[in-house]
Design a protein around this ligand. Structure first.
Ligand SMILES: Cc1cc2nc3c(=O)[nH]c(=O)nc-3n(C[C@H](O)[C@H](O)[C@H](O)COP(=O)(O)OP(=O)(O)OC[C@H]3O[C@@H](n4cnc5c(N)ncnc54)[C@H](O)[C@@H]3O)c2cc1C
Length: 309
């Protein structure tokens, strides 16, 4: 047994001892909305904050590399997978409402948080309806749509520094939010445990009508029938829409392997069947070169590509 396998085996024993569920050799294609990616050595499924802290301690104790993911809707894992452990937060769930404050755990669905806000007649989170990620992923990415953004409603978040084991609160003022960016992206060892959103009291019927309107617009404009990771690129400027730019360049339908620029919304790359991460990255490269040549604009990816090692 080599050193690498010994470390993985040690981590698995520690996770077992602590009663934390995990899976060995876990296919990441089944954990991501793109349906792409090789296997992770270990996928870990904490259900509570205590289990998350214990899982991190177990992996650090065994010197196994790890990362956190939520619903895998903004990720492109390598075809060779991930050497180490992927901590999947989806089982960490608890939404509660106190006055105008909505609290979530990192694994709660962002869409379900929007529904809970509506049920409590709270307005401000309608934009989250239909964003397919977890609340932890949404805070990390400062997810947004239709004029709303996490930065507009976050009160604060509890964060674990996975390097030191310290848990602390980060207020909105210290979250360093900008377009699809938060402080969490700058510190890969920071894990969002929970978050609180400050909302306003509103009319439940109006909130519901707005959410249904947003969902209708998503269904009309986005290729939801295909695996994807949403918009691939960030908008280069507030008034520049990548989908329109690619459409004008005639790139709709352009295909490499199983990866295709969506005919419905050119800002999306879809997996039309059997796409690999290499196909997607080659298509991304082709698009970037075409946009640079035509518009002198360097596109930046919104999706997070994760390498094997
Ligand atoms: C069809 C479709 C439509 C979409 N529409 C939108 C949209 O309208 N607006 C928008 O902003 N996005 C959109 N997205 C992208 C995506 O849903 C969001 O970025 C979402 O917030 C990602 O959440 P997630 O849980 O899936 O994160 P993941 O994809 O699992 O992870 C994304 C990043 O967050 C990190 N992360 C996840 N959880 C944590 C945590 N608890 N602590 C620290 N880091 C963490 C990961 O390490 C990774 O770097 C769309 C995607 C799809 C597939």
């Amino acid at each position: 047994m080599n050193n690498f396998c010994e470390k993985t085996a040690l981590a698995c024993r520690a996770l077992s001892d602590k009663g934390i569920s995990f899976e060995k050799d876990a296919p990441l294609s089944m954990r991501t909305s793109f349906k792409i990616g090789g296997n992770a050595d270990i996928a870990v499924f904490p259900e509570t904050e205590a289990q998350l802290l214990a899982a991190v301690a177990a992996l650090r104790g065994a010197d196994v590399r790890f990362m956190l993911i939520g619903n895998g809707t903004n990720l492109l894992f390598s075809d060779k997978g991930y050497r180490g452990a992927v901590i999947i937060t989806k089982k960490m769930r608890k939404i509660s409402v106190d006055g105008n404050i909505l609290s979530v755990l990192c694994g709660d669905s962002f869409t379900e948080a929007a529904v809970a806000a509506k049920d409590a007649s709270l307005t401000g989170l309608e934009f989250a309806y239909g964003i397919p990620g977890s609340c932890g992923g949404a805070v990390c990415m400062n997810a947004g749509a239709y004029g709303g953004e996490v930065s507009g409603v976050l009160l604060d978040m509890r964060v674990l520094d996975t390097a030191s084991g310290e848990v602390f609160t980060v207020s909105k003022a210290d979250a360093d939010f900008s377009y699809r960016h938060s402080v969490i992206r700058d510190f890969p060892n920071y894990a969002v445990i929970s978050a609180r959103f400050a909302l306003r009291h509103g009319d439940k019927n109006e909130i519901n009508a707005y959410m249904q309107d947003i969902m209708g617009r998503r269904r009309d404009k986005q290729p939801l029938e295909y695996p994807s990771a949403g918009s691939v690129f960030k908008r280069p400027a507030p008034d520049m829409y990548v989908g329109k730019m690619l459409e004008d360049l005639g790139l709709k339908g352009f295909t490499i392997g199983g990866a295709q620029v969506s005919q419905k919304h050119a800002g999306f790359i879809i997996n039309v069947g059997g796409a690999t991460a290499s196909d997607v990255l080659a298509l991304v490269d082709h698009i970037k070169k075409a946009v640079l040549a035509a518009y002198s604009v360097e596109l930046e990816c919104e999706i997070c590509a994760v390498s094997e090692e």
